[in-house]
Design a protein around this ligand. Structure first.
Ligand SMILES: [Zn+2]
Length: 309
């Protein structure tokens, strides 16, 4: 059985012969011919088969979840798609136990399921990358070393969401590279960072090594593949767009705060708030005054945008 470090090798296709072999070993059955060819040559866009190649662990589990000898490549809870020894794609159901041939072979399945990419000389693999870490210097170093992505040192806040998640942007110092967003909430242990990233299709093998290095860097690295298609210019916000989003988010936050404060009702004259040195009276539902009750519920003062600790 593979351990989780070995499984990281499958973070992106194409797989080497040795990787295909250890995957088959972990699954306890040979990888069917059509699927095997695809894994070795191209790789599986995740928008077609979510379990491949991102989560090899789930792929291994699938093989043991249903009573079939076919190789299961798509498992959606109570039913599955698999390739049998004859190379046919079969659909199965956990409870009915029925298996029927739905495609003559794996290529036919792909042809029916995958939108062919536009004709384009420069195909790219579109990815969403995310990191969960409290070590920002290490993250910056890793982005520089493994993705050639250099970030400006300052973060521009885009303000709080409805759920008090604060988003900020660090611009990349190159126009051809994406910006990075940082999301943080007072109750989270670590910040979460995200970016859209495109890998030239011809460089997939080289980038596979880089992503493996990111996985090993203890940065909470995760990758979601959106499949192969034509290149797009990286999404970048201007300073003006960020400022206007921030103003909008802050206004909405203040509005929500005001509504909440109103809903707390009037203070009860003659019954002081429990907070030391507070001159206000408590409200009906609390031993605290309106502002201090607000603070104890929201984890931040009225008018402040970020939750403290
Ligand atoms: Zn008070």
């Amino acid at each position: 059985m593979l351990d989780s470090v070995d499984l990281d090798a499958y973070v992106i296709c194409p797989l080497s012969e040795a990787e295909l072999k250890s995957l088959a070993d972990a699954c306890g059955r040979p990888i069917a011919k059509g699927l095997r060819h695809f894994l070795a040559e191209v790789g599986m866009p995740q928008n077609v088969v979510p379990s491949l190649p991102q989560d090899a662990d789930a792929l291994v589990r699938s093989q043991h979840s249903y009573d079939t000898s076919a190789f299961i490549f798509f498992d959606y809870g109570e039913s599955f798609l698999a390739e049998n020894a004859a190379g046919q794609v079969v659909a199965g159901d956990l409870y009915a136990g029925v298996q029927e041939v739905v495609h003559a072979d794996f290529d036919a399945y792909l042809a029916a399921s995958v939108e062919p990419p536009d004709e384009s000389p420069e195909l790219v693999w579109a990815l969403e990358l995310s990191f969960s870490t409290d070590d920002e210097p290490l993250l910056r170093e890793a982005l520089r070393a493994h993705l050639d992505l250099e970030l400006e040192s300052s973060w521009q806040s885009m303000g709080p969401s409805r759920a008090d998640v604060i988003t900020a942007v660090a611009m990349s110092s190159s126009d051809s590279m994406p910006d990075v967003q940082r999301h943080h909430h007072g109750s989270w242990e670590a910040a979460s960072y995200s970016l859209d990233f495109e890998v030239p299709a011809a460089s997939i093998r080289e980038f596979k090594q880089r992503f493996a290095a990111l996985k090993q860097a203890k940065l909470g690295f995760e990758m979601f593949s959106l499949g192969i298609g034509p290149a797009k210019a990286p999404k970048k916000l201007t300073t003006e767009q960020i400022a206007s989003q921030r103003a909008e988010a802050e206004a909405a936050c203040l509005e929500r705060d005001r509504e909440f404060l109103e809903s707390l009702g009037a203070e009860v004259p003659g019954e002081p708030c429990r907070r030391p040195n507070c001159e206000h009276a408590r409200i009906e539902m609390s031993v605290l005054c309106r502002l201090h009750h607000f603070e104890s519920i929201q984890g931040r003062a009225f008018g402040e945008l970020e939750r403290q600790g």
